[in-house]
Design a protein around this ligand. Sequence first.
Ligand SMILES: C[S@@+](CC[C@H](N)C(=O)[O-])C[C@H]1O[C@@H](n2cnc3c(N)ncnc32)[C@H](O)[C@@H]1O
Length: 208
Amino acid sequence: MGKLLDAGGGSGALAAYVRRHLDPESITVVDVDAAALAETPAGMHTRLSRIEDLSDADGRFDTILARQVLHYVASAVDALTLLRKLLLPGGVIYVGQIVAPDQSAARWLAERASWASPTRHSVFTTDALLSLFAHAGLGLERAVIAPHWQRLKPTAQAIGATTHAGDNGAMAMHAEDDVIHVRVLWLHCLLVADETARPGGMPRQAAV
Ligand SMILES: C[S@@+](CC[C@H](N)C(=O)[O-])C[C@H]1O[C@@H](n2cnc3c(N)ncnc32)[C@H](O)[C@@H]1O
């Protein structure tokens, strides 16, 4: 396991889970939220920074975690490329991300995702995320995909917009009081630096 970086790790919940089950040599949690970092468990290093601003000076790592953070960065391919460069030889990156089942569903969700997180930049599909990995020079070692009902609590205005829009054929969803549940997917990926991958710019249509 070696040196572990939890990128956009918040209060270090995932890093703490990993520490309970494995035995990392050290843990560094990077996040833009000082209040969240203040809650990381004892024994973890913290760094108040955007992922995009990390450099070699922050160290290099055997294992990098990036769970539910790529939709907050302006360019996920740039952030992933940067994280790849922070890997020690033989290192791995875990990306865990909630994704939309297809492009149409991603567009529908992107319009409404600010209900849940106003600073969100993107909603990915599975294909989009896999394409981003290749463009960031990362090879996919293993992937697990699981269905998931995402709970969204819309504002009153947004509920009106949904009612007006009527049913959305692309998204399975059900409403319960003032909360809607939309059918999405959890994508868990283990990635390695891939010399054969073709690093490059963000592919078109990769995310909405
Ligand atoms: C949904 S939370 C996920 C936290 C953690 N990865 C987990 O799975 O429990 C997203 C986190 O990303 C952080 N974040 C957002 N944009 C960031 C950026 N550009 N660089 C680093 N962290 C960022 C937020 O402050 C927040 O803690």
